[in-house]
Every structure is written in C-alpha cells, then in structure tokens.
Design a protein around this ligand. Structure first.
Ligand code: GLN
Length: 544
C-alpha cells in the first residue's frame, strides 16, 4: 500500500489468491480479470518474482503467455522454486512452453505460426492410477471446443511423466498434464473472449483443482478494507485527498469517510474548467449525500489567469493546470493541517489518499522483457513539498468494474458510479485554442445540452465517453434573417471497452439533428455543430 508503511491486511493474505506470473503477454491482465469475475481473487506479478520474497502463499500459479521463445539465451524464466511450491500450476502458451522447458528443454520453433481460431479435441484419460486429476482441467469441456491460438513455437515431444490432454489439427500438444502432479499446460489462450468457454476452464483450474474459495466480492472486500484502513491510519491519524467528482476519487473518499469519519479531509479544487455547475453538484453529493468532510476551494481565477493567452501548445495548458493544481492543493493541505492541529481529537495529517487502480499498478510492474527497465510507480506524495505524506491507496487492488460495484455497495448514486471519465485539465483541453471565460461558457453550455440529450435518449451507459468541444474557428450562418459569423461546436462520443482503442458512436440522424438544433438555438455564440467521426487510433478520445 503506502510507500513506507507496513500493510497489515492485504487481500492476498485474507482471500485465497491465484498468482499470475506475467511473461509480458498483452493478455496477462485478462487472466487476473477473468478469475476475479469468477469471484476468485488473483494478483499478477512479473515472471521474475522470487518466491522467497513473497509474503503470502498462493493457492495456485498461472504462467502467462509472452512474446519470447523459451529457448533464447536471454529468455525470461520463472524462479524454479515455483515448481516445488506444491500448489497446482497452469501454463498458458509461453507458460506451457516454460513448463516443457523446465522438464526437458523440448521446445523449438514451428514451421509456421498458428494465429487465430482452432478446434480443440479433448482427450480424457479417466486413469485412476494418475489420481484422476489429469482430466480435471477440461471437465465439462469434453468434445470439440473452439479456442484461440497465437504462437510460433511448439513442443517437439512430451516431457517425461506428462500426457496429452488436448490436440488440434495443428498442435499435437495443445494441452498437457503431469501424470502425478497438478501441473497443466495449454497452448491456447483461455482468457480471451475468442475462446468462448475459456472461463469455464479457468474455473476448473482455480476452483476444482486449486480449491480456491469463490468469496471475492465487494461486499466482503469492503469490511476487510475498512479494517485495513483503520489499522494503517491508527485511531488518531488524519488523511487528506483530492476529489474530482469522478467515480474513483469518490469511492476512495467514501471508503475513508466510512473508516475514519472526519479525520479524512477531502479537497475539491475548482479550477474554473469543470463542467457546468459541477463544483456545486459535487459538493451537494459528497457532503449532503455521502457525509464526506469536504473543502471546496474556488481557484478559478488563478487557473484562468494563467491560461490567458496560451494558444500554441496544448501540452502547455496541461502543465499549467497540473502545476497550479498541486500549488492550490498544497496550500489547502497546509491550511487544513494547521487548523486541525490544535484539536485534541486528532494527530497530524500523515497520509495522502490516492485513487490508484489495479491497472495502474499492473502497468508499473508488468514484465517488459529482458532489456526494458521497469517503470516505478508515479508517487504524487513526493510532490507535496515539505509535508512528507505517506500514500494510502485503498483501490489499488481493484479493476474499474470492481470500483463501480464497490461504489454501489457504499451507497454512491448510480449516476456518479457510471459517470464518463473526465480529464484532469477539464474542458480546457476541449476548448481548442485560447481558454477564456467566454469560451468556457460556450463549451460548458454546449456540453451540458449534449449530455442531457444523451441521457434523455437512454444512451449514457452505452457510450463510454461523450463531450462537446469548441473549435477555434468561425463559420458563417444565418440566424433570424441576419448573417452571423460565429463559432463551431464539435460533438464527440465513443464506445470502447478499454480506452486504448475506440469507435465513434453511430447516433441516428434524428438525435444529432435535435442536439444540433438545441445547441445553435440555446448557446449564444455558436452557429454550427459538427460530429467527429474519427476512431481511435488514429484519433485520440480528447482533442488536445
Ligand atoms: N513466443 C511463444 C510462441 O511463439 C509464445 C507465444 C505466446 O505466449 N503467445 O510460441
């Protein structure tokens, strides 16, 4: 959890945990996600993890796929201690090859790559001599099964003491298992949706073979987490944290409030480029609705003053807003610290709350190959000069969908739980060109109408992110028989599952017509509305 605090109750000590050792496949994190969806807790660590340094014992280990070939001189290998850990193990793709390599080095390059769909034939053994464990991985999946392959290497022959459990027309060793140990390998990827029954296979492994409990639910996590926060912060410690009105910071703040009440101080910085009436609404929800101890700082003038005249480089806007934010947050933190020092009920502010999620953690630890250096996690605590705050990150084990479920459990309104992401620099990066109070007004009003119509049409949850941007150009129009020369609003709405790639949303014409009519009629200064039909890539979701 925090950089220099000992975490008393991490989930891997309280929940049965399947350890995924990552060899750098682009799907590794999906293995962890699928297991969590089965209510089995799972964590991912780099394949180089030394087992002696692990402070907990996994119920089972999965070796992921990876872009390397096990027979390369500098190929990554697991700590051999994994093989004597005595818990079941499943190798996926590179993972299977790693197991075969460990038991006999019989892996080589195939004549052709196998990429895409394949039909798997499961071979049952039913052999009591082998303890019956060999068939367990494919239990209920006997017969033909569609799987997804992505490999170029193959096993030359079975390692000693292994049997074949599945084949495809291309891969005679699509599935292997050890005769006596709970050791399994599969050449295909069960974690991707292209393997439709892959989740059942993962369940067979985690639940039947590893005997992991399926008790990973947000209802259970919340109790553990409150206890964990209280143990960490103690009964006098105070915590400060910024909130934005987004789901992550709100869920994190609500957890803190439940755990330590008024000793958590939430700070909302109004940077002048929030959405229409947003600061007011966030204040209502967080204080009246959720009982969070919140300080709102209106620093709009300072932000807008510094943004004045910045027209050239969008990065400059981001920097100004980022730095000003830290400055304002720091001033506020010091003020709150000074005010609360005299009170007898609490000690000093020692902790800084961060809404870090598991994908950020994975990103910072994931295995990037023999030569790449591993990025250390960005520590905002260090940015708050002279305060020496320790980080507390109560969501650091959670995926986004888990955060939403937790939010619902904590009584956070649905509207907020399903809110579209909103960037830190706010609408400043949706106003192309100079950000002035007048431009902010136009962008805000147009955005408000667009989102209102999306909600009214019942599309808000289908769309992943939507907003109105203000283009730095003027176009001619005729309004009330008069020629006008006014600005152009661009609407953007995308669907995506991971925000890495995205498609623009195919609104019907009537919807666009209605939004366009309302914006031109109701927002002074706009005479044209266009719809952005660029996918990501090559476009980004935001415009700057
Ligand atoms: N590089 C290995 C191969 O080509 C493993 C690939 C993988 O894990 N997806 O067979």
């Amino acid at each position: 959890m925090a950089t220099n605090a000992i975490d008393p109750i991490p989930p891997n000590k309280t929940f049965d945990t399947i350890l995924v050792l990552d060899f750098g496949s682009q799907y590794s994190h999906l293995i962890t996600r699928r297991l969590r969806e089965l209510n089995v807790y799972s964590e991912m660590l780099p394949c180089t993890q030394k087992l002696a340094e692990l402070s907990w014992t996994p119920k089972g280990v999965i070796l992921s796929g990876g872009p390397y070939s096990v027979y390369w001189d500098d190929a990554p290998h697991v700590d051999p201690a994994v093989f004597s850990l005595g818990v079941p193990m499943l190798g996926i793709c590179y993972g299977l090859q790693e197991i075969a390599w460990h038991f006999g080095k019989n892996v080589l390059a195939g004549e052709k790559r196998e990429y895409g769909h394949a039909y798997l034939k499961v071979e049952s053994h039913g052999d009591a001599e082998m303890g019956g464990h060999v068939d367990k991985l494919f239990k209920g999946l006997e017969g033909d099964m569609e799987v997804w392959m992505s490999h170029g290497d193959k096993l030359s022959h079975l390692p000693d003491d292994f049997v074949t459990t599945a084949t495809t027309s291309n891969a005679p060793f699509a599935g292997i298992a050890h005769r006596h140990k709970m050791l399994y390998g599969i050449q295909f990827h069960p974690e991707v949706t292209h393997t439709p029954r892959g989740k059942e296979l993962l369940k067979n492994f985690a639940v039947d073979i590893c005997q992991a409990k399926t008790d990973w639910t947000m209802g259970k996590f919340v109790d553990q987490e409150l206890a964990r926060i209280r143990a960490l912060v103690g009964d006098k410690g105070q915590v400060i944290g910024a909130v934005s009105g987004g789901v992550d910071s709100t869920v994190a703040a609500k957890l803190m409030q439940e755990a330590i009440g008024e000793r958590f101080h939430a700070v909302l910085v109004d940077n002048g480029v929030l959405r229409l009436d947003e600061a007011k609404q966030v204040k209502e929800t967080l204080t009246k609705g959720l009982g969070i101890n919140l300080t709102v700082v209106d620093a709009s003038d300072r932000f807008l003053g510094r943004l004045k005249g910045v027209t050239d480089d969008p990065e400059k806007k981001r920097k100004i807003i980022g730095n000003t934010f830290i400055e304002v947050f720091q001033e506020t933190a010091k003020k709150i610290a000074a005010e609360s020092q005299g009170s007898s009920r609490a000690g000093e502010i020692e902790w800084l709350l961060q809404g870090t999620l598991y994908p950020d953690v994975i990103e910072s630890i994931s295995f990037k190959g023999p030569s790449a250096t591993i990025k250390t996690h960005h520590n905002v605590g260090g940015l708050l000069e002279g305060m020496h705050l320790k980080l507390i990150e109560p969501l650091r084990e959670l995926f986004k969908d888990e955060v939403r479920e937790l939010g619902t459990n904590l009584g956070i309104p649905e509207d907020l739980v399903w809110r579209h992401p909103f960037p830190g620099p706010g609408i400043a990066i949706r106003i192309l060109g100079e950000v002035t109070p007048e431009q902010v007004r136009i962008a805000r009003e147009a955005d408000y109408i667009f989102i209102e119509e999306i909600r009214a049409a019942g599309l808000y949850r289908k769309i992943s992110q939507a907003f109105a941007a203000l283009l730095p150009v003027k176009a001619v129009g005729v309004m009330g028989d008069k020629r006008v020369h006014d600005q152009v609003i661009a609407l953007r709405a995308v669907e995506t599952s991971d925000f890495m790639t995205a498609d623009w949303y195919p609104f019907d014409g009537a919807f666009l017509k209605k939004v366009s009519r309302r914006i031109v009629n109701e927002v002074e200064g706009v005479c044209r509305v266009v719809y952005d039909i660029t996918s990501k890539p090559p476009g980004t979701i935001e415009m700057e």
